[in-house]
Design a protein around this ligand. Structure first.
Ligand SMILES: [Zn+2]
Length: 383
């Protein structure tokens, strides 16, 4: 439940950047500044599609938008190539935090796969430490500007690789030094979370939380495996849980007996959708990314067909995220604006979505409560 905000700006005609935000699903290798990629590439001798920052940014967005998975994945070859040294990792992590803060984010979880950053001889522990140092430097730089941000690492294993156990152990080893959770990412279709059952069991035995990418490129079987084998406390995207929701429409008639429009009749949730909704499993929804990758193609064309609104109205624990800010060319502020334009969301809705994310954060209870209180107060001040 959220408080009703007195006298909230009804048309939201202020910069939504000022709203305090919580970012739960944002990839480190998908959020670099184009100018930084160019400088780092020059330092390590990596060739880019363009050495002009504006043109390079455009190339990333176009490649992600092309509808070609090959081109989409090629974008990460370039970002990952410049994140193979301690200096590169440190700088990217630091700027990542500064960019989040500029977007109004007050708490962010940064996910990335350490195993993809060992090409120049660094160890798994080296790269986690370099990123942590960069994140902390980012937090300090933000503090110097009079703002606060808190960040944590989601240590991610790649689904097509076979290093799940090693990466789970890495995450637990760094739990007191910045690692707040575990994830698996990469090709979802054909790589069920059950492939990593041993790693997830190890994490559970160490009481270390996991969110799992599921319900993006694959459907209900993948979500089921994320919840059962992965013991996922949140779902990365999870949007295709909507495939387990059946809505029957009823035709309305006017006094003359003519059809006027369809209204929602019976809504039926399957057992899996009921579990996800009733247990409050958070869905890390990334609207623009879902549109680009075709995750929501089965529900219709365009962002207005995104089932996030239906899931939200039915009481699912929906949170809003960016996924890859560079590839999608978006910020969390942009995603909020998209929801306001598409679904007519008001300040109460944005608050509820933000509180959902705060309450789903991999934080100790006292820190979550402080975050919730901070967000509530900031929204109340806008009234
Ligand atoms: Zn993702």
């Amino acid at each position: 439940m959220t408080e009703t905000i007195p006298d909230a700006a009804p048309d939201l005609d202020f910069d939504l950047k000022v709203l305090p935000k919580v970012s739960l699903h944002d990839h480190l290798d998908g959020g670099l500044r184009p100018a930084t990629i160019i400088e780092l590439a020059e330092a390590v001798g990596h060739t880019l599609p363009s050495t002009d920052a504006v043109a390079l940014g455009e190339w990333f967005r176009e490649s992600a938008d092309s509808g070609s998975l090959v081109r989409y994945l090629e974008t990460f070859d370039h970002t990952i190539a410049v994140m193979q040294t301690k200096e590169g990792l440190f700088r990217v992590a630091k700027e990542f935090v500064e960019d989040l803060a500029d977007d109004g984010v007050v708490y962010g979880e940064v996910r990335w796969a350490p195993e993809q950053h060992l090409q120049k001889g660094l160890s798994l522990d080296d790269v986690v430490e370099a990123v942590q140092a960069g994140l902390e430097a980012g937090v300090d730089a933000v503090a110097e500007t009079g703002r606060d941000i808190q960040v944590g690492q989601l240590i991610t294993a790649m689904r097509h690789a076979d290093r799940g156990q090693e990466i789970a152990e890495l995450a637990v080893r760094h739990r007191n030094n910045g690692a707040v959770g575990f994830d698996i990412a990469g090709a979802e279709d054909g790589f069920l979370p059950s492939r990593f059952t041993d790693a997830f069991t190890y994490l559970a035995q160490h009481n270390f939380p996991a969110t799992v990418h599921a319900g993006e490129a694959a459907g209900l079987e993948s979500i089921q495996s994320a919840l059962v084998d992965g013991r996922a406390l949140r779902l990365g995207h999870g949007v295709r849980i909507a495939e387990d929701v059946t809505i029957e429409f009823e035709e309305d008639e006017d006094a003359q007996g003519d059809e006027v429009n369809d209204t929602i009749g019976m809504v039926t949730l399957g057992e899996l959708a009921s579990w996800v909704r009733d247990r409050g499993i958070a869905l890390e929804i990334c609207p623009s990314s879902n549109l680009q990758t075709g995750a929501i193609a089965g529900f219709g064309e365009g962002i207005e067909s995104h089932p996030l609104d239906m899931l939200y109205q039915l009481g699912f624990n929906v949170t809003i995220n960016t996924d890859n800010r560079l590839m999608s060319g978006v910020t969390l502020t942009d995603e909020f604006e998209l929801l306001v334009e598409t679904f007519d969301y008001d300040l109460d809705d944005l608050l509820e979505l933000t509180l959902n994310a705060a309450e789903a954060a991999f934080l100790p209870l006292e820190e979550k409560e402080a975050l919730v209180e901070y967000i509530n107060e900031a929204y109340a001040d806008l009234g």
